[in-house]
Design a binder for this molecule. Structure first.
Ligand code: NAD
Length: 434
């Protein structure tokens, strides 16, 4: 068994970077391999538009509060911009830029006709004083401020951390007051309002599919392999379900309250029930509670970080014992940690490939909205599988041809595609309003 390196303070240049700088660090590594000109690098790294709004809301308790909302539209060379909305106290402009740029590279890796965007609101939906009505009012006011900048041919938001199908439904309703009934303005909607079969589970399904391919290429039998998953929201819980269905032994799951560990494997359905009933997976029957940091260092075959960014960094990458890390979350591994893990022979399947199942079925949902036609669940799953398999194979081929990591290969592939579209359009890429 491989011995963990002690959490060395191996600090590289990458560790001092902001989230946006960290993405661009990865971009530059691939751009160097491609010999991309300085002018093209600037054109591809710079966000197209950044919107920042104040959201004043009279809360149910009667007090006036203001929240800050963001939407960074990073790139539209390949089509309308696409990316989630995150409601989280740590949301800020740099985080939005980082996540928006990742969306540009992600949609290009899976070859969807989209660019990238991301946004959200700096707020805590779980704060005791935050009511459902407050959340609805905050969302609606955000849409009032943002509605000129979004739309089915311009920028199409979706759920991310702490947002869900209900939030998307409020956005459809508010946007439609200005523009007429427009379900295609967001994806991840309830099925009753133009959502797609398979969208809710799509990111987790994609994580599981990509894990199966990566495990096979790493000579790891997924049937019986041990898996630890950080985060038990949309991505984490569905990843757990699908990986368990494929025969993997999910031994640990976690959420913001802590982690639940069962060395012989835990019942992921029971973990979901416990989370719904008590608010945390820690209440799952028959598990040992452990700390969230302990989960990252468990002796497992596969680690799926599926919560927030930068959780695996120079300070703890040496303690990771998994052979394979599959990035369910966006940017969970810092550039410095990436180097440490590579040195130790740990394969990292990058976010822009591993969690692309969500945006892929979002694309299917948008296509169905534009066609005013519904696909059944089998068709969605079939097309999702085909898209991810193609993307995984292509990334793997680039990685082998250039002898680089899967992350650098994914960036190479994505940058090539976005640069080609930019050249063809002549650099004067204007608004994508239909
Ligand atoms: P979510 O809000 O549904 O769930 C987030 C989960 O993370 C919750 O279980 C929460 O308790 C947990 N969490 C938060 N802070 C934590 C911490 N410090 N330690 C451990 N757990 C913590 O969000 P989600 O939609 O599942 O998104 C999770 C990640 O996946 C994000 O990075 C997001 O950007 C990314 N992602 C989401 C989608 C999607 O379709 N929802 C698609 C691609 C990528």
């Amino acid at each position: 068994m491989r011995q963990p390196r002690q959490s060395a303070a191996t600090s590289t240049e990458g560790e001092r970077l902001t989230p946006f700088e960290a993405v661009n660090f990865q971009f530059d590594r691939a751009a160097d391999l491609l010999g991309l000109s300085e002018a093209m690098r600037v054109a591809l790294k710079t966000p197209y538009r950044e919107v920042m709004v104040e959201i004043p809301v009279i809360c149910e308790r009667g007090d006036l509060r203001t929240f800050r909302g963001y939407r960074v539209q990073h790139n539209l060379a390949r089509g309308p911009m696409k990316g989630g909305l995150r409601y989280h106290p740590d949301m800020d402009l740099d985080e939005a830029r980082a996540l928006a740029s990742l969306m540009t590279w992600k949609t290009a890796v899976v070859d969807l006709p989209y660019g990238g965007a991301k946004g959200g609101i700096a707020c805590d939906p779980h704060a005791p004083e935050m009511t459902r009505r407050d959340l609805e009012n905050i969302t609606r006011t955000f849409v009032d401020r943002l509605q000129v900048f979004i739309g089915p041919n311009q920028d199409i938001p979706a759920p991310d951390v702490n947002t869900n199908a209900q939030v998307m439904a409020w956005i459809v309703d508010e946007y439609s007051k200005f523009h007429g009934f427009t379900p295609g303005v967001v994806t991840g909607k309830p099925i009753a309002l133009g959502g797609s079969e398979g969208r809710e589970s799509a990111t987790g399904r994609g994580v599981a599919v990509v894990t199966a391919h990566a495990a096979k290429d790493a000579g790891l039998e997924l049937d019986g392999a041990t898996v630890a998953i950080q985060g038990f929201g949309n991505v984490g819980s569905w990843s757990a379900r699908f990986l368990a269905d494929m025969g993997a032994r999910v031994v640990a799951v976690s959420d913001v309250e802590g982690a639940a560990y069962a060395p012989k494997g835990l019942d992921v359905v029971a973990a979901g029930d416990a989370a719904r009933a008590s608010g945390s997976v820690v209440a799952t029957p028959g598990v040992e509670p452990i700390g969230n940091d302990d989960l990252l260092a468990l002796d497992v075959d596969v680690l799926v970080p599926a919560a927030l960014g930068h959780v695996i960094h120079a300070g703890n990458a040496g303690a990771v014992r998994a052979r394979l890390i599959v990035e369910g979350a966006n940017a969970p591994v810092t550039p410095a940690a990436d180097e440490i893990l590579a040195e130790r022979g740990v394969t990292v399947v990058p976010d822009i490939l591993a969690n692309a199942g969500g945006v892929t079925v979002s694309y299917f949902e948008w296509v169905q909205n534009l066609q005013q036609f519904r696909w059944d669940a089998d068709r969605v799953d079939e097309e999702l599988l085909a898209t991810l398999e193609r993307a995984y194979r292509t990334v793997r081929e680039v990685a082998e041809a250039k002898d680089v990591s899967l992350r650098t290969a994914a960036f190479v592939l994505a940058i090539r595609r976005v640069a080609a579209a930019t050249e063809l359009r002549g650099f004067q890429i204007g608004p994508s309003r239909g």
